[in-house]
Unconditional design. Structure first.
Ligand code: UT7
Length: 321
């Protein structure tokens, strides 16, 4: 059978790192409140020359290098973002051009914080048909550009960045490497709990992020625990056999509560929310790259990715790495 195998990971962060104390000088907040309620200590914020496209390209280059292939070996780019460089064309085509890939399939996926999980399932489906061979799957965001910097309930929570993986369709045995299961959900009734108050077809503006955080929090723990259980069931993997959970990095309390609900040891959870904050679609591949590069996530490990965000949308993936 063909499975999509992760052959490389990469990530990129803007040069500028902003502390909670710096934000406390701008809005009515404190380092103490942010750390206690979210676990966030720092976030990276894009400068004028850094965009979703440039961050995505840097992350993609590192993933390609880690995979030991040439950029021109890529025949599919799926880029998850809610903050594209332009309304159109897709930021994926900017990455394609920057990497010097003359022909491939390239498009964006919009599922906000779950975008990377959506992109993984789309790429996995396309690779398993055998039509495509090597995919770049990217999550990249510049949420700093859609934040209301006067709204303390949202502006302290988010950051910018990008993460990427190379997925290769390989013939494997039943116990071989690759994506074992993906499971996605959406429930559009909750649109008004987390949204941007603008868009090309409504206001003609980009808009700013609005969130009812407490309500999102309640749904997040329930939905994430459920979808992880579902995806492990599809993969035929017991929770005890999970080596690493790479969650969407929205709030340290959500990570703790979700792991507890599944009976997973806290040491199995890769945490980057303290230094990256919530980077939406970039947060899972950014955290995965951190775990791979610091030597925790190794070939053959069982890795569960999970995320939940605006829509609501949510999902999980189980990978034999
Ligand atoms: O990525 C998509 C998924 N997103 C999420 O998963 C986010 C989920 N939600 C959360 O992470 C949390 O709900 C928040 C971090 C957003 C908020 O934490 P909370 O413990 O739910 O706080 P709260 O919204 O209930 O607010 C508690 C208090 C309020 O004051 P009152 O009404 O109790 O007087 C807020 O006005 O904290 C106040 N507050 C702040 N205080 C200082 C809200 N933001 C701040 C702030 N600094 N930045």
């Amino acid at each position: 059978m063909i499975r999509s195998v992760v052959t490389g990971t990469g990530s990129a962060l803007p040069a500028r790192r902003v502390s909670n104390a710096e934000l406390a000088a701008q809005v009515d907040t404190s380092d103490e409140w942010i750390v206690e309620r979210t676990g966030i200590r720092f976030r990276h914020i894009a400068g004028p020359d850094e965009t979703t496209g440039t961050l995505a390209t840097d992350a993609a280059r590192r993933a390609i290098e880690a995979a030991g292939i040439a950029a021109t070996d890529i025949d599919l780019i799926v880029l998850a973002t809610a903050t594209p460089d332009q309304t159109f064309p897709a930021t994926a085509t900017k990455v394609q051009a920057a990497l010097g890939i003359l022909d491939c399939v390239a498009f964006d996926v919009a599922a906000v914080c779950s975008g990377f999980l959506y992109a993984v399932q789309v790429a996995d489906s396309m690779l398993r048909t055998g039509v495509h061979r090597r995919a770049l799957v990217i999550g990249a965001e510049t949420f700093s550009r859609i934040l209301d910097w006067e709204d303390r309930t949202t502006c302290v929570l988010f950051g910018d960045g990008a993460g990427a993986i190379v997925l290769e369709g390989q013939e494997v045995e039943q116990d071989g490497r690759g994506i074992l299961a993906t499971k996605l959900h959406a429930d559009g009734r909750y649109n008004d709990l987390l949204y941007v108050d603008g868009g090309p077809s409504t206001t003609g503006t980009v808009g700013k992020l609005r969130m009812k955080g407490r309500e999102v929090f309640r749904h997040a723990v329930t939905n994430l625990a459920a979808v992880m259980t579902e995806s492990l069931g599809i993969a035929g993997i017991a929770a005890d056999d999970v080596d690493w959970v790479v969650p969407h990095q929205a709030n340290a309390r959500i990570l703790d509560a979700t792991a507890r609900k599944l009976g997973l040891a806290p040491e199995t959870v890769i945490v980057t929310v303290d230094r990256h904050a919530n980077t939406s679609a970039a947060s899972v591949p950014l955290a995965l790259d951190v775990g791979v590069r610091d030597g925790r996530v190794k070939q053959g490990d069982i890795v569960v990715l999970e995320a939940m965000g605006g829509g609501f949308t949510w999902g999980a993936a189980v990978i034999r790495f």
